[in-house]
Ligand binder design. Structure first.
Ligand code: 13P
Length: 337
């Protein structure tokens, strides 16, 4: 394992005031978002969308790394430039989603297990050769009646640790993403307890697999009540509860933490991150930033709507959200932005 390479990459991804952009939706998920807006669900339309993102002027000022999907890393822009080259030229580190999706877990109705370990060693070598320097794997945990089960937490955290080990062996920084979903009627405390349990399990599994914590990034959910919970809470409460949960369960050696947005609006996700960076919050041992997909992309995608003529205003909207998140990481975001 090239420890110094991993540490350097992880530190560069987390440096300064930047964050990550997840643009690694599978074809199915991307198509679903396109369908809602009436955008054609074709490889060309997906390419056009990703080209719009990576050619956004000055995106590299606020984004340190972009996570791609397998289709995208192999695609070229309309002018023939490989998309991965355009990303590197923009001063952004390319990353790749390597899990093959969360599938129904046998014997555990309502729960999922993420697949993709078979053949991963070979795929990572190919991605590294193409220029990817970090990777992402997402495990999904659902809160509901009697779930998550211990079996689901154990299977998903074990898979995440095996993935992380294979990444580090290949010189690729793993982003370890255990997502406790927002869907459901659970309250803030239930989200806290489940996330805490998942994180304890993750770091136990990562320890057993010999993961270099300084060469990995954690991508967790924020601690929030479920979308259908009648008791919603303030921005401040989400921030303090999230920070408390992370301080209790994430070792200080981890290179950084970058949140998923999980279906929050762009404004909400920025406000929550911003509240975690106020002066009266506890001192944090790791950089704390964003790795949003929907919270950065969604307004821009709506403006674009698949039309060439809308590319420029869509890019402006995309950059605006990325800038808001950068400001949130500095604790200077406000909604008027
Ligand atoms: P969201 O920010 O839309 O939750 O996506 C982040 C991500 O990468 C999910 O795997």
């Amino acid at each position: 394992m090239d420890k110094q390479l991993l540490i350097n990459t992880a530190n560069t991804l987390m440096a300064g005031t930047k964050g990550l952009l997840a643009m690694d939706e599978s074809n199915g998920t991307c198509n679903k978002r396109f369908a809602q807006l009436g955008i054609p669900q074709t490889p060309e339309a997906r390419r056009d969308w990703r080209e719009l993102i990576v050619s956004t002027p000055n995106l590299g000022d606020c984004i340190s790394g972009a996570i791609l999907y397998d289709e995208t890393i192999r695609q070229q822009q309309k002018d023939g430039t490989p998309i991965i080259k355009a990303i590197i030229n923009a001063g952004i580190i390319p990353g790749i989603k390597v899990d093959t999706g969360a599938k129904p877990m046998a014997g555990h109705p309502g729960e999922k297990i993420t697949e993709g370990l078979d053949g991963l060693c070979k795929r990572l070598a190919e991605y590294a050769q193409m220029g990817a320097r970090f990777a992402k794997w997402r495990g999904v945990i659902t809160i509901g009646q009697g779930i998550p089960s211990g079996a689901c937490i154990e299977a998903n955290t074990h898979a995440l640790a095996r993935y992380a080990a294979l990444c580090q062996e290949a010189g690729i920084v793993p982003i370890v993403e255990p997502e406790v979903l927002m869907e459901g009627s659970h309250n803030l405390q239930q989200c806290f307890e489940t996330t805490e349990e998942v994180l304890y399990n993750i770091f136990n599994q990562l320890y057993k697999q010999g993961i270099l914590l300084e060469g990995m990034i954690l991508k967790p959910n924020m601690i929030m009540p479920g979308l259908e919970c009648p008791t919603q809470v303030s921005t401040q409460e989400v921030a303090t509860t999230t920070v408390r949960c992370l301080l209790q369960s994430v070792p200080a050696a981890v290179a950084g933490i970058a949140f998923l947005s999980g279906g929050q609006t762009g404004e909400m996700a920025s406000a929550h991150l911003n509240a975690m960076h106020q002066k009266d919050m506890p001192q944090l041992p790791w950089p704390l930033t964003f790795s949003f997909a929907r919270a950065i992309q969604q307004p821009a995608m709506t403006i674009w709507n698949g039309q060439e003529i809308n590319v420029k205003p869509a890019q402006e909207a995309l950059l605006q959200r990325a800038k808001c998140d950068q400001s949130a990481r500095m604790g200077v975001y406000n909604e008027d932005m």
